[in-house]
Ligand binder design. Structure first.
Ligand code: 8YV
Length: 334
C-alpha cells in the first residue's frame, strides 16, 4: 500500500503529479477559498490517517499530533520552522523537513525591494503620481535618502543575511555590519562585513535588517529600547518573522519619529488586519509576506519539499532535516 500524504498548500500540478507517482494524496487546497480555520480543522482530521504531510503556514499543534498515530514525516514548504515544536516532533519520532537555499536569493531581493522602497519612497510617490498630483517639477517634499554608500546592519548573517551582504557590498557600495552567533568569515572576506554587538549595529546602521529565525530567544528581540537605540534617520526592515519585533513599540517609534521608517513583509498576526495603525503611517511600506513569492522560487520550494518528503519516507534523506536526531537516534515510526 502506498503511504497516505496530506497536502495542505496548493502545489504546482507537476509537483502534485510527481508525488502521486509514489504516494496517495489527500489534497486540502487552501486556494479553494476555505478559511484558515477550516483548513486547520480539515488538516487536524486528515492527519489522523496520514503517514506524512506537506504544506505551509498552519501551526501544527500537539493535539493534531496526538490524533495522528501513523505520522512519520512533516515536510514544510518554507525555510522557517516556527509552526512546529521541533523537540516535540523529535520525541515523537516524526521527521521535520524544510526548504532552505532555494529561496535565499528571492528573499534577499525582497529585502532589497523594501530598502529601496522605503528609502526612495517608491510606493508613496507612485501612488502620488497615480492620483494625478504630479503637476510641476518635484522638490524636497518628494526627496528620499540614498541607499548606496550607507551602512547596512544585518541581524543574523545566515543564508539570506549573506545574500543581502553580497548585494549591499558589491551592488550598492554599502558598509555592512552584522550580528551572529558565529563569525561569518566568507562574508567578512568577500564583502567586508564586520561582526559587532547588537548595540553597535543599532547605533550605526542606516538600515537595520532582521534576518534571524523566530525562536524563544529572538521573540521580541526588537522592542522600545532597541528602537530608541537606532538613529532617528534609520529604517527598520523585517522580512523574517513579525514576532521578532514588538509591533506596538514599532508603531510608537514610527509615529513619534524615533526612527524614520519601516519596510515590513511580516507581522505579529498575518494577514495584517485592515485597521492596523501601521497602515496609516506614511513612513511604512507593508507587503503581504511575499519574501519568497516568485513563480520560480515557489515552484522550486514545492519541488524541494516533495523530494524531502519522499526521501524521508524512504529513510534516505540526508539534507534539509530540521531534526536529524530522529534519523540518527532511531528508525522512523513504523
Ligand atoms: C513562505 C517563509 O511565506 O520560507 C519561509 O519561512 O516565510 C516563506 O517563504 C511561507 O513559508 C509560505 O510558504
Amino acid at each position: 500500500m502506498k503511504p497516505m500524504i496530506v497536502v495542505y498548500k496548493t502545489l504546482p500540478a507537476d509537483v502534485l503529479a510527481y508525488l502521486n507517482e509514489h504516494v496517495e494524496t489527500i489534497v486540502l487546497d487552501p486556494e479553494l477559498g476555505a478559511s484558515h480555520e477550516a483548513l486547520f480543522w480539515a488538516l487536524h482530521l486528515a492527519l489522523s490517517g496520514a503517514d506524512g504531510a506537506i504544506g505551509a503556514s498552519v501551526k501544527i499543534t500537539p493535539a493534531m499530533l496526538d490524533a495522528a498515530p501513523r505520522l512519520k514525516v512533516l515536510s514544510t514548504i518554507s525555510v522557517g520552522i516556527d509552526n512546529f515544536d521541533v523537540d516535540d516532533l523529535t520525541r515523537r519520532g516524526i521527521v521535520l523537513t524544510h526548504t532552505p537555499d532555494v529561496l535565499t536569493e528571492s528573499t534577499a531581493d525582497t529585502v532589497f525591494a523594501l530598502i529601496l522602497a522605503t528609502a526612495r519612497r517608491v510606493v508613496e510617490l507612485a501612488e502620488w503620481v497615480k492620483a494625478g498630483r504630479w503637476h510641476g517639477s518635484i522638490g524636497p517634499a518628494q526627496y528620499g535618502v540614498d541607499v548606496h554608500g550607507k551602512t547596512l546592519g544585518i541581524v543574523g548573517l545566515g543564508r539570506i543575511g549573506s545574500a543581502l551582504a553580497r548585494r549591499a557590498a558589491l551592488g550598492f557600495g554599502m558598509r555592512v555590519l552584522y550580528t551572529n552567533r558565529h563569525a561569518n568569515e566568507v562574508a567578512e572576506r568577500a564583502f567586508g562585513a564586520r561582526r559587532v554587538a547588537l548595540a553597535q549595529l543599532l547605533a550605526e546602521a542606516d538600515f537595520v535588517c532582521l534576518q534571524v529565525p523566530l525562536t524563544p530567544e529572538t521573540r521580541g528581540l526588537i522592542g522600545a529600547a532597541e528602537l530608541k537605540a537606532m538613529k532617528r534617520s534609520a529604517i527598520l526592515i523585517n522580512a523574517s518573522r513579525g514576532a521578532i519585533v514588538d509591533e506596538a513599540a514599532l508603531i510608537d517609534a514610527l509615529a513619534s519619529g524615533t526612527i524614520a521608517g519601516a519596510g515590513l513583509d511580516v507581522f505579529e498576526r498575518e494577514p495584517l488586519s485592515a485597521d492596523s495603525p501601521l497602515l496609516s503611517l506614511p513612513n511604512v511600506v507593508a507587503l503581504p509576506h511575499i519574501g519568497s513569492a516568485t513563480h520560480e522560487t515557489r515552484h522550486a520550494m514545492a519541488r524541494c519539499a516533495a523530494e524531502n518528503l519522499l526521501a524521508a519516507l524512504a529513510g534516505a534523506l540526508e539534507r534539509n532535516v530540521a531534526n536529524p536526531e530522529v534519523l540518527t537516534g532511531r528508525t522512523l515510526r513504523s
